[in-house]
Design a protein around this ligand. Sequence first.
Ligand SMILES: [Zn+2]
Length: 180
Amino acid sequence: MTAANLQWTCNRAYKGRFHIGPEARATMLGFLQHGPRMFEAGGVLIGRHLIGGEDIIVDQVTTPLRGDKRSRFSFYRAHKRHQRAVDRAWKASGGVYTYLGEWHTHAEPVPTPSGLDERERIRILETAQCSHPIFFVVLGTESARIWEVASFDDFQEIHPEGKTDDIPRAVVASSSELHT
Ligand SMILES: [Zn+2]
């Protein structure tokens, strides 16, 4: 998969857009399981809610850390180390950057959530202390799928808004006005 055939801006489940910025994309693309022995990788999504709308941008992602359990077909995130990265980003940005969700890879062209993924979603919802929806990004070797999860019974796959690989101009322009 190249950046060109992965859509990075999706329409959110109800209102607004969900966008994955260039740094976060580049990091995740480096972990795609193209090799027959590559293990799953993953981490958390860190980014911001834009003021004056429902748009959300992922700016950074964490990558596998010590304590994570990885195999060809599973990824367990060690919660505390990734949480520390979120806390650092939050502090360094004066409360702008926050936890937005999770990402991991799959060793298949188009990812299908596993039973483990379902259990993880429930566990994360149970422990997440946030009032906003959480996003789950799963990257196969040829395409990615993204879910917006508002609650245990409200999780929806979200889809690209168009063909462009560029950051929409309006989103860039409003990024100086932020809230958390
Ligand atoms: Zn999975």
